[in-house]
Design a protein. Structure first.
Length: 59
């Protein structure tokens, strides 16, 4: 297993601020492997995995 990445509060705040400047509805995702993803709002995403579909139908 790889080392788990950690983010400082300042890094998360900067990413969130940048995402909100680009799109106030953007979704910020922090992953355990050290990535910060800025995604479009949930209503605009078209690709979903089988796991996502299962959770949506059984949630």
């Amino acid at each position: 297993m790889g080392k788990r990445s950690t983010f400082t509060e300042a890094q998360v705040k900067r990413a969130l601020k940048a995402a909100r400047q680009i799109d106030p509805q953007a979704v910020l995702e922090l992953t355990l492997d050290g990535r910060i993803r800025i995604l479009p709002p949930q209503g605009e995403t078209s690709a979903s995995s089988e796991v996502d579909e299962w959770f949506e139908s059984n949630g």
